[in-house]
Design a protein around this ligand. Structure first.
Ligand SMILES: [Zn+2]
Length: 69
């Protein structure tokens, strides 16, 4: 399994952190989440690599993942 950390720019962004319960600076990165669904490969081919938005709170380190569909 290869983790592609391409030239996706990491940026700080103010996001609401559920843990801090307020807006905090976050690390934001987009990762491609590879899924392996043999059963529904054809049907889900377009979802084979789902861009996943990962935000990490700079204050508490809480990570949240958000599928980009
Ligand atoms: Zn936080």
């Amino acid at each position: 399994m290869t983790t592609q950390s391409s030239s996706t720019a990491t940026e700080y962004q103010a996001e609401r952190c559920a843990n801090c319960d307020e807006q905090t600076p976050h690390d934001v990165s987009i990762e491609l989440e590879a899924t392996h669904n043999d059963r529904v490969r054809d049907e889900n081919e377009k979802f084979a690599r789902t861009p996943c938005r990962v935000t990490t709170c700079r204050r508490c380190g809480e990570q949240s993942f958000e599928r980009q569909t």
